[in-house]
Write a protein that binds this ligand. Structure first.
Ligand code: ZN
Length: 290
């Protein structure tokens, strides 16, 4: 089971989340058959989403969407405060040549001509929604920028996915480390040093467990709590019948009369559903009752 460790360091002025997401990203690879470039991009966003979901309380949910105009298209991840996360990339087959340093060109495949947008459903009337311009398309940098400009929280975000020769996921994970109110220049310097010391997140995740990374970063006496993370898609036939109530009545009638049903594939987990005529009639009834 994947998990994260979370805690406070430097007298409560620094908060950290460090996650191992190898199983989650491998699950996404199996569902979506992502190329290594797509696995790295989606895996980084799944890692960030899983952590940001755990930052919320009381069954709240978060959706993060990125579209930078690159060949991967749209990346979308949603997660909740219970550690459940799911996601997809609209072009899982997209790929680019490796960069000169031998690394996957995530930034090139995501692109920078667009935004990262975050919607939080906190269970209150209005959703929290905010977006910021993509900086490098590498996702970690883009989220650091998002936290600074949209939430006014100085943060370092390190995300990494190591893809094996057979395209399965060898290692995956990352960290979000944030400065809390009351921090001073020494705390800022400490985070800057961490960011320059741990530039290869994939190396870190391949060699160490999250709790070991916490100790490497903040010393042996650091305290933390551990929380599980997993890929989970709550899709079901009933949910799709409800979702169809947003489609025009005439389109549903056409599906009933001409096709006697319809086939739907869940974007998040690739599960296939067949809705027969009675399911489609049910979706018509639902809208009549609204
Ligand atoms: Zn699903």
């Amino acid at each position: 089971m994947d998990y994260l460790v979370r805690g406070l360091a430097r007298n409560g002025k620094v908060g950290f989340f460090i996650a191992n997401t190898k199983e989650i990203v491998n699950q996404a690879y199996e569902f979506h058959r992502t190329t290594p470039t797509a696995s790295a991009a989606l895996g980084r966003l799944l890692t960030a989403g899983a952590i940001m979901g755990r930052m919320l309380k009381n069954d709240a949910k978060i959706t993060i969407r990125i579209n930078g105009g690159g060949s991967l298209g749209t990346l979308m991840v949603d997660a909740n405060s219970n550690g459940e996360v799911r996601g997809f990339v609209s072009n899982p087959e997209a790929t680019l040549p490796l960069k000169e340093n031998g690394k996957l060109d995530v930034g090139g495949a995501v692109g920078t001509n667009g935004f990262i947008s975050v919607i939080k459903d906190l269970g209150i009337k209005e959703n929290f929604s905010s977006q910021s311009q993509l900086q490098t398309g590498e996702i970690g940098d883009d989220l650091s920028y998002y936290f600074l400009v949209s939430e006014q929280i100085p943060s370092i975000v390190g995300l990494g996915v190591l893809v094996d020769v057979d395209y399965s996921i060898k290692a995956s994970g990352g960290f979000i480390i944030q400065l809390h109110p009351g921090h001073d220049e020494d705390d800022v310097k400490y985070l800057e040093d961490l960011a320059s010391k741990y530039t290869s997140v994939t190396d870190l995740m391949d060699k160490y467990k999250p709790e070991e990374i916490a100790k490497l970063m903040f010393g042996d006496d650091v305290t933390f709590t551990k929380q599980d993370l997993k890929f989970h898609c709550p899709c079901s036939k009933e949910r799709f019948i409800h979702a169809l109530s947003t489609i025009a009545t005439s389109d549903i009638k056409e599906m009933i009369e001409e096709d006697h049903g319809c086939d739907i594939v869940c974007q998040f987990c690739s599960k296939e559903y067949h809705l027969d005529e009675s399911d489609l009639y049910k979706s018509l009834e639902l809208r009549n009752n609204k």
